[in-house]
Design a protein around this ligand. Structure first.
Ligand SMILES: Cc1ncc(COP(=O)(O)O)c(C=O)c1O
Length: 396
């Protein structure tokens, strides 16, 4: 390996949410929660950013831009910017987006929040599957739109979308938007061609909008490829796709993502209501990532695969009543600990107070996550080992 993913980097005093922001984020009603560990000794396996330094090529390009010394108002004028993004998309998911559809946003969550207000009216409804990444629900509520939740159901091999329920719900003419997480957070499912095609047919039949959040699409296990929604929901202007370097390259703090909006009117409205211009450093980081970051991502994926293998073996050997399958994608492990932990407790609080582990429990994912916790495996293996040993000591 060219890159060192074992390196442990101290994130203290860097304004990192993961290290210093957990009290208010995870315990908004009890930020002063008492714990027997000091902050340095907590293992932080929660929020979805990585404990790895980003690719050194990106760091080098940022240094060079800093050395230029002028940081004035910035927008994208260089067509190379779109070209490297499209080269990445072509190489990794066999897509080239029309340049005129591509716009930027400081993040996918702010983009979705803004898009809901543009494409739906106040009395219209938004559909998500559950368990769900909570900001989809928050963005809907913030816009005062009604949220309709459709739980994933147990399929033969993994959880599946409940197409019977979706068919019924989509018939409601007030239902105007489906937010689709592809691949899925929190359980890392890769949706197959049949599922996305079927979903697309239902969406088209009911003349609905679909936002396909593909933020995790660069982080599949080795040998598994992304199924982009646009491959199976073709020629449909009401499909909006979201991409980002934030998960892939650990650049969430750079606040940049790419939103693919085919409908010209909606794209224009989106741009008019976007906060400000581009951030100079984000553009550099993003362009560098897509042009120079392929090898780093390939190695990252191999490292994550090993972390998942370790976790699976550890659980099978030591805590066999847990329920866990290595996900197709993401660096997030969705583990059912219900056989080992007390019922009716807040598991985020329980794992923090009992084990000194910061993680997000199923209750943070809108619904249908009881007994589950989400562990972030994008960390040096030594940290993952420490986490699992602490959990084992408590649960054995
Ligand atoms: C599915 C999904 N969408 C969006 C985000 C956050 O996107 P952003 O930071 O660009 O707002 C996350 C972060 O965990 C995520 O898992």
């Amino acid at each position: 390996m060219k890159y060192d993913f074992d390196k442990i980097v101290n994130r203290k005093h860097t304004n990192a949410m993961k290290v210093d922001g957990w009290r208010n984020y995870l315990f908004p009603n009890n930020p002063d929660i008492k714990i027997d560990y000091n902050n340095d000794d907590l293992v932080k396996m929660w929020i979805a950013d990585m404990d790895f330094e980003t690719a050194p090529e990106i760091i080098e390009d940022l240094h060079q831009r800093v050395d230029h010394g002028i940081f004035g108002y910035t927008k994208i004028f260089d067509s190379d910017y779109y070209q490297v993004f499209n080269e990445w998309c072509a190489r990794n998911y066999d897509i080239v987006y029309d340049k005129k559809w591509i716009t930027t946003s400081p993040g996918i969550v702010p983009a979705i929040t803004n898009l809901i207000s543009i494409i739906t009216k106040p009395d219209e409804k938004v559909v998500i599957c559950t368990p769900s990444y909570a900001p989809f629900a928050n963005a809907t509520k913030l816009n005062n739109r009604e949220l309709v939740c459709v739980p994933l159901i147990k399929g033969e091999k993994r959880m599946e979308m409940d197409f019977n329920k979706l068919t019924e719900i989509f018939k409601d003419e007030k239902v105007k938007l489906f937010i689709f997480c592809n691949p899925y957070n929190p359980n890392g499912i890769k949706w197959n061609e049949k599922e996305i095609t079927k979903l697309g047919e239902l969406i088209k039949e009911n003349d609905m909008w679909i936002i396909s959040d593909e933020i995790h699409c660069d982080l599949y296990r080795k040998g598994i490829n992304h199924n982009p929604s646009i491959h199976f929901i073709k020629d449909y202007k009401k499909l909006i796709v979201c991409h980002s370097v934030s998960k892939t390259f650990n650049l969430a703090g750079a606040l940049i993502s790419h939103i693919i909006i085919q409908d010209e009117e909606v794209k224009n409205k989106f741009e008019l209501t976007k906060p400000g211009n581009e951030n100079i450093f984000s553009l550099v980081a993003c362009q560098s990532a897509y042009s120079n970051g392929q090898r780093w991502v390939n190695e990252l994926r191999a490292y994550l695969d090993e972390n998942f293998k370790y976790l699976k073996e550890f659980l099978d050997n030591n805590l066999p009543l847990t329920n866990f399958e290595i996900p197709d994608a993401t660096y997030l492990a969705w583990v059912d600990f219900s056989a080992y932990v007390p019922k009716d407790v807040d598991l985020t609080q329980w794992f923090l107070q009992e084990c000194g582990i910061l993680l997000e429990s199923g209750s943070q994912f809108v619904a249908n996550g009881e007994g589950y916790v989400r562990l972030n495996l994008a960390c040096p293996k030594a940290i993952l080992e420490k986490t699992m040993n602490r959990i084992y000591q408590k649960l054995k």
